[in-house]
Design a protein around this ligand. Sequence first.
Ligand SMILES: N[C@@H](CCC(=O)N[C@@H](CS)C(=O)NCC(=O)O)C(=O)O
Length: 224
Amino acid sequence: MTSPLTLYHIPDWASSIIHLALEEIGVPFQIRLMDRDEGDFSAPWFRAINPQGLIPAMETPDGPMFETVAILLWLNESFGGLGPRQGEPDRAAFLSWLSFVSNTLHPTVMDMIHPERLAGEAAAAQMAAAALERLNIQCSLIETMLTEQRPDWLSSASSGALGHYLGILFRWAIYLPKDPEMRFSLRPFPALRSVLAAHETSPAARKVAEADALGPTPFTAPQG
Ligand SMILES: N[C@@H](CCC(=O)N[C@@H](CS)C(=O)NCC(=O)O)C(=O)O
């Protein structure tokens, strides 16, 4: 039977974050693979789903959705399993840190891996270096939060929405920069690293790693 949930997807793009969340929740869904070369991203049928022409996008019984954080929150409200919901303890912190990852850390990683898009080719190296510095500062905030607050919603037992989101962002920041000096490292962030090391061995992560060809250690030691 067809599921009402269809994820528009390319493996190892941001839609892998939603792929991880869907597997973690265990809800039925189908994937529609996008083909950039065929013009899927600018096609009118896809712009009707996401006017920006970006993935992830997802068909839901409530209508089409776009933006990673919106889809994660909708999935959590609808099915649970990704973090505290309305009325549950520690929801304020969960929402704050999830928004921080979406609004601040995600754009930083994009500046790091595609610096030429904003800065142009001439200033790309400078832009990437500044983004890496910002990423390290942002990760130190998460590391401090993890060690001081030990949240259930981002732990070795349950990585939740933030674990899926951070796992894919760090994966890109570790393996995509061509210059080894410009690669992100989890070494200075042992609490964060141990959450992601546990996450990448979970059944949901193993299933997505297999389907999306993310390799044996997709978050802590990704290979391109
Ligand atoms: N803020 C958006 C960003 C999504 C985004 O940047 N998606 C990229 C893939 S990682 C994309 O679809 N790019 C289309 C393209 O490069 O043509 C979100 O979180 O959903």
